[in-house]
Write a protein that binds this ligand. Structure first.
Ligand SMILES: Cc1ncc(COP(=O)(O)O)c(C=O)c1O
Length: 371
């Protein structure tokens, strides 16, 4: 089989056939000095909020800042405990630590790779103030179970929707379930800025007021700092890029689902596991993961064949040196440990062609045939 390079990103394709209007607009903005919290930023925020069906959206420097600011805006302070899952990206837990709070982990669910909501009760203590479910890979977390549990526990829900813009449960967008939700516009994401970017969305006017203060160094009116905040605002140039791309997001997410369906069909019958998706959940496949105990060999094989497969999160949170002082040990979250050892991402993008999908699937089949 001749080698075909199958990449994970096609940035040129995200700008459509004719990006000249956008490029002219960016040129104008650059030369006129329209950079910070301009009409372009407000326009993107309004369109993003409308697209998600929420009251407020605020653009920030990154998804990581969104998590820090959302926690602070929801009143999390030093000494509080915040629950999240052991199989997430570093930023979810780093944000908790950067607020001075203590992260408490629950294990992942073996089938969906989402937070195991059944573990929440054991994680609860009198100091628990918030829970951050992560809509991992683009699959909505089990929000029914989490919200049910939260009602009895008086705990705030902050969604980490960094990987899941446009995902839904029963037609309702992720980002609209919690007190606040955090998005990332990192270039790898389904809705990608031309650099770092992020947002917080909320239906709560008080949380929104706090977010606006916290992203401007705690300022409430010029030179009147009512709290200590961050300097974290989505750049106007990034807002223009995101506003240009946003209308195409539903089409891109649908195309990602179609690619995932083709992968599942072409890989059926192999000794591979896939993320389970419930009937009510609309996945947006930021990542398409396959699971095998021979993950590292399969990765080598695919990369040798020109397929840009990668491993995401090979070390679960509780085994990362950055959190060594928390006292977690190997074996504390066995499902997260197995997933970290066995999951592999196949390339997925909206414009992956049937030929590319066939090539990747044939390469995977070849691996299992030859050994
Ligand atoms: C689950 C999750 N949370 C948070 C983040 C942080 O987003 P950013 O890279 O924009 O800071 C990411 C992004 O990679 C992520 O995947």
């Amino acid at each position: 089989m001749a080698t075909v390079r199958v990449g994970r990103y096609n940035y040129r394709g995200q700008f459509g056939d004719d990006p000249s209007t956008l490029i002219a607009e960016l040129g104008d903005m650059l030369l006129s000095g329209r950079y910070i919290l301009t009409a372009e930023v407000e326009a993107f925020e309004a369109e993003f909020a409308a697209a998600l069906g929420v009251k407020h959206a605020r653009g920030l420097n990154s998804g990581t800042d969104a998590l820090i600011i959302a926690l602070r805006a929801c009143g999390i302070v030093a000494g509080d405990e915040v629950i999240t899952q052991a199989n997430t990206f570093h930023a979810t837990v780093a944000a908790i630590r950067l607020c001075g709070a203590r992260p408490v982990l629950v294990d992942a669910d073996e089938a969906s790779f989402s937070m195991d909501a059944g573990g929440l009760a054991d994680a609860l203590t009198p100091r628990t103030r918030a829970v951050i479910p992560v809509h991992l890979c683009g699959l909505p977390a089990p929000m029914d179970a989490i919200l049910d549990w939260v009602r009895g526990a008086d705990v705030t829900v902050i969604e980490d929707a960094a990987q899941a813009v446009g995902a839904r449960i029963d037609g309702r967008q992720v980002g609209s379930f919690g007190a606040a939700a955090c998005f990332s516009f990192h270039p790898s994401k389904n809705l990608a800025a031309a650099g770092d970017g992020g947002a917080i969305v909320t239906n709560d006017d008080d949380v929104d007021r706090q977010v606006r203060r916290l992203r401007e160094l705690g300022q409430d009116g010029q030179n009147h700092h009512v709290t200590v905040g961050l300097n974290s605002k989505l750049d106007a140039l990034q807002a223009a890029v995101l506003k240009f791309k946003l209308p195409r997001l539903p089409e891109w997410n649908a195309a990602r689902r179609a690619v995932a369906a083709m992968y599942r069909e072409r890989l059926a019958g192999l000794p591979l596991g896939f993320q389970r998706v419930g009937d009510r959940e609309e996945h947006v496949y930021h990542l398409f993961q396959v699971r095998t105990e021979r993950r590292d060999d399969l990765l080598r094989h695919l990369r040798g064949a020109g397929v840009d497969a990668v491993v995401r999160y090979p070390t679960p949170i509780h085994l990362q040196p950055a959190f060594a002082d928390v006292g977690w040990r190997k074996g504390d979250f066995p499902v997260a440990e197995r997933l970290a050892a066995e999951l592999l991402c196949l390339p997925i993008r909206p414009d992956l062609t049937a030929d590319e999908i066939d090539y990747v699937a044939d390469s995977v089949r070849g691996f299992f045939r030859d050994r």
